[in-house]
Design a protein around this ligand. Structure first.
Ligand code: PLP
Length: 410
């Protein structure tokens, strides 16, 4: 198979990118032309170990043959119909996601609205919260829920928000993980509380244990919805279908996306119990959401994660990775946060962007969600041996990225 667009080297392609694409992401750090398993290749032939998986997307790595088979089989059978009609694939995937969202309340009604991204899944959730007639929402400091105007209203980062204000809704931000502050902010004017089980974009930050259960109790007491954004944490990334499920809670709204399609765009908003029926005919819509090819990708991903025991594997590999990183005893490393294969390596100095660049030059794809945090979100199929190559390289990557070495260039 040929890669039609890969006609130049990285320098030429990067220049063309700069002319043809809006500059929303800065200059691309590499131009990639191929992926296989946990590896990527750039347009100059360089090979990389992908420890970011397209931002927690490629859970099964690149070019997974069974995902490819499911997508191409569906595409050659039926690629798209409008939402005036249904397909068996979307129904089957909706049933799976509904079961995931109610794992702690088996038999509870749950219904799905399909989208093409996490942002759109959150837009659907936002609309659901409007239905009971309350307009106030509570979100968390450090939260990331997407960049559309609705999702941005729930996202905390002032640099993302301020250029686009006014944003919809009356949103109050409370300190993430602070149950007392949440209790103080909640009353019967609040439609919903939205939170991430682990804040990935904020640097893989976990709340204290008991916070999700407290949020569930507090919201129930005032008749507000609890909305858990599992876009980054869900579908096995943290060792379970939902990172929130082991806290015992059942949320009223759960949103999924990133890992669900292994790179095929898909998102889903699942609502449970009475919230499942808040949107009715005409209240929301989408052209592509629920597309049978995207649904086939999602079903294949879930089936392979199950067949290959990848929930358990994510937990084991992630615990082992954290232990190995801490076992380096490097004074430049303060802690390893997160669960399963969503991990934040907390550095003693704010050199994470330089470390990510040094790592890339050494053939490892990672990123720096905060100045002092490296994020690792490798494919769930990554091997211990592959992870070990990164751990072994890490002390040198840190040493080469200190300001006195890189000449103040951070
Ligand atoms: C990435 C992310 C989103 C936005 O998803 P997109 O697919 O980029 O629109 C929303 N919530 C969380 C927690 C995310 O990590």
């Amino acid at each position: 198979m040929t890669v039609a667009a890969a006609t130049g080297g990285q320098a030429e392609l990067t220049a063309r990118y700069g002319q043809a694409l809006m500059n929303t992401f800065g200059a691309p750090k590499r131009v990639f032309v191929r992926g296989e398993g946990a590896h990527l290749w750039d347009a100059d032939g360089g090979r990389y170990l992908d420890l970011l998986a397209g931002l927690a997307v490629n859970a099964l790595g690149h070019a997974h043959p069974q995902v490819l088979g499911a997508i191409s089989a569906q595409l050659s059978t039926l690629g798209h119909v409008s939402n005036f009609f249904a397909t068996p694939t979307q129904i089957a995937l909706a049933e799976r996601l509904a079961a995931f969202a109610t794992v702690n309340a088996p038999g509870l009604e749950a219904r799905v609205f399909f989208t093409n991204s996490g942002t759109e899944a959150n837009e659907a959730g936002f609309k659901i919260t409007r239905m009971p007639g309350r307009k106030r929402l509570i979100a968390m400091t450090g939260a990331f829920h997407g960049r559309s105007l609705g999702a941005l209203a729930l996202t905390a980062n002032p640099a993302y928000r301020e250029p686009f204000e006014p944003l919809p809704g009356e949103v109050t931000f409370v300190p993430y993980g602070d149950a007392a502050a949440l209790a103080a902010a909640l009353d019967d004017t609040v439609a919903a509380v939205i939170l991430e089980p682990i804040q990935g974009e904020n640097g893989v930050v976990e709340p204290p244990s008991g916070f999700l259960a407290a949020a569930r109790e507090l919201t129930a007491a005032v008749g507000a919805l609890l909305w858990v954004d599992e876009v980054q944490t869900g579908i096995g990334r943290c060792g379970a279908w939902l990172a929130s499920s082991d806290s015992g809670v059942t949320a009223d709204i759960v949103t999924f996306a990133k890992g669900l399609g292994n790179g095929f765009p898909i998102g889903a908003c699942v609502a449970t119990g009475p919230a499942a029926s808040l949107l009715g005919p005409g209240s929301h819509g989408t052209t592509f959401g629920g597309n049978p090819v995207a649904a086939a990708a999602g079903l294949a991903v879930i089936g392979i994660i199950e067949r290959d025991g990848l929930l358990q594997r994510a937990t084991e590999a992630g615990d082992r990775l954290a232990a190995q990183v801490l076992g380096l005893g490097d004074p430049g490393i303060r802690a390893v946060r997160g669960r399963g294969l969503l991990r934040g390596v907390v550095l003693a100095e704010p050199i994470a962007p330089a470390v990510a660049q040094t790592a890339l030059d050494a053939g490892f794809v990672i990123n720096a969600p905060r100045p002092d945090v490296l994020r690792l979100a490798p494919p769930l199929i990554v091997t211990d041996a592959q992870l070990d190559t990164f751990v072994a390289a890490l002390p040198a990557l840190l040493a080469q990225s200190r300001p006195e070495v890189v000449g103040g260039h951070r």
